[in-house]
Design a protein around this ligand. Sequence first.
Ligand SMILES: *[C@@H]1O[C@H](CO)[C@@H](O)[C@H](O)[C@H]1NC(C)=O
Ligand SMILES: *[C@@H]1O[C@H](CO)[C@@H](O)[C@H](O)[C@H]1NC(C)=O
Ligand SMILES: *[C@@H]1O[C@H](CO)[C@@H](O)[C@H](O)[C@H]1NC(C)=O
Ligand SMILES: *[C@@H]1O[C@H](CO)[C@@H](O)[C@H](O)[C@H]1NC(C)=O
Length: 356
Amino acid sequence: MLKIIVFIIFMVRAVLVKGEPKVPCFFIFGDSLSEVGNNNNLVTMAKANYPPYGVDFPGGVPTGRFTNNRTIEDYISTYLGFNKSIAPYRDQMGQDILRGVNFASGSAGILMETGSQLGDRIWLDRQIRNYMMTILRIQFMVFGPVSNYLNKCLYTVNIGSNDYLNNYFMPQYYPSQRLYTPDQYANLLISRYRSQLRTLYNTGARMVAIFGLGNLGCVPSQIMRNNATDCVDEINQAANLFNTKLESLVDELNARLPGAQFTLISLSALQALSPLPEAINSNSTCCTLRSDFQCEPNSTPCANRDLYAFFDGFHPTDVVNEAVAEAAYSSPDRRIANPMNINELTSSQQGKATYY
Ligand SMILES: *[C@@H]1O[C@H](CO)[C@@H](O)[C@H](O)[C@H]1NC(C)=O
Ligand SMILES: *[C@@H]1O[C@H](CO)[C@@H](O)[C@H](O)[C@H]1NC(C)=O
Ligand SMILES: *[C@@H]1O[C@H](CO)[C@@H](O)[C@H](O)[C@H]1NC(C)=O
Ligand SMILES: *[C@@H]1O[C@H](CO)[C@@H](O)[C@H](O)[C@H]1NC(C)=O
């Protein structure tokens, strides 16, 4: 009899474990690298809900993703066992918010004014306000304090590129380069970022993966804008100052905040340590560019998307997003994922979710 009961319990558990993702929920903050459609109804040039974006997406649908198919976080959701991608805040429905929400917005930055020359955007403080609205609703759907639910969720934050590309390095629109040296500007961004990340922690977030900046000076739009033939060192150096300070910030948050598990995914280290195969073209873009370096609407993209690193003048193709997600999720190299990768992060104590 006992054997049979134990067997049944085992069966029920096996079924639950099979159907459920590794963490119950995944919250996503960031810019166009992570967006899945939050800007579609905003008045801005920074949106990707027109062809050829999404050319490889099921049905060829341009959803608002700034790439030909999946984002980095789409891949991470799959690795975690979610059966569909995390929906944008603007489309969130009913109980779905229990699985997580994507708050990311193209052209958004750590600073409010970043990206404003392109139009409206949901800057990081606004994304956090939307998150607060979401958790007020979640509170009514879970037993016990909402923080006990949120501390089982994965959070990713991938932001900061626009604070350079659509702010500091656009002196014709923004005063920041006249007001701050690159070092002072990085300090300003990090001090804002510190308080934003602490706010997430205070709601109950514990497992938080932060993405550092890639080599922004090597992005095609920046090479073209500067009439350069190779990476723009000045931009890479400014981004690297930020990256170095971000490393210290992650260490500091882990040391000071009890139970915090922040981890840093270094895109610049990934680019240095695992360069793309020679066969992948990093010099030109897959789509034909508009004057703002996004794809020309309805233009025909390159035939083989897998052979290009960049889909438009800023954004990587699906293959590159896959390589980044794969490294973020499972790289054992501490220069790339420090102090742990996302698989390790979500296997930690808080990650052992009890399903409701
Ligand atoms: C695009 O992504 C979907 C998953 O959302 C996948 O099934 C499909 O194979 C991908 N398309 C291409 C051409 O890679
Ligand atoms: C995805 O999983 C959830 C929860 O396990 C389930 O309710 C939903 O029906 C599944 N959706 C699909 C498309 O399989
Ligand atoms: C690049 O070249 C264009 C056209 O010759 C010129 O208008 C622009 O000022 C140049 N930009 C830089 C950063 O030198
Ligand atoms: C691409 O750029 C690299 C340096 O970034 C250069 O060595 C290479 O010759 C370029 N290739 C083409 C086809 O322009």
